[in-house]
Design a binder for this molecule. Sequence first.
Ligand code: DGL
Length: 270
Amino acid sequence: MAVGIFDSGLGGLTVLDAVQKRLPDVPLVYLGDNAHAPYGVRDADDVYDLTTRAADRLFQAGCDLVILACNTASAAALRRMQEAWVPTDKRVLGVFVPLIEALTERQWGDNSPPREVAVKHVALFATPATVSSRAFQRELAFRAIGVDVEAQACGGVVDAIEDGDMILAEALVRSHVDALRRKMPTPEAAILGCTHYPLMQEVFQDALGPDVAVYSQANLVAESLADYLIRHPKMMGPGEASKFLTTGDPKRVSSRATQFLRRQITFEAA
Ligand code: DGL
């Protein structure tokens, strides 16, 4: 009954951690495509090819349901996968919708027409590929009207985090927040639209100031998955053991992952 969690690299561990806390009895198979990270600078076809390959690997590992814990893959590949690729007995879900439902104060799966919401000025921080896909704005427009979104492509942050260079990551986050503020001086809410960014959440909050509500995805995705599994219990796949797979060097990836989650994480080759 395993569920698959996929990310281009280590960022999806923030989602895995929240899911493990919310659903401690569900075996999780994590796949990090570290050999090909970052995805945020790749074009949509490339992200699609890599993401379908990874989802297939997770199906083989006994997962019938795969969460793309990667905004870039969710933005650039998910719709195409759902329309033409996902086998009928499998499901692939992304991470945008739970976040947008929270921002627009909707219950899960509420598909009523778009309406006015309290928040009017939203800053989106994401990878260049996610920003250029405009998937966030599209999903938001299905649910809310009158929301002004200013997106900031945060080049370099994912590479710095994957390399474990948190000093560089912090400097880049501060400069991206400054750049955003030049375009939108007083956002009410900020979306961390990349699963790597919760690892820098305190820096984002500090740079944005206490009046900006910072939304990050991990807990929202975990709640949404718990709700989904209650509604679709058959989507727990046949896999029984939790494991961590990587397309990169398992030793190096295990050591970074252990540093991020502050507990021993052991990856094996995918
Ligand atoms: N962590 C991923 C995301 O949520 C992708 C980062 C990358 O590979 O560029 O967008």
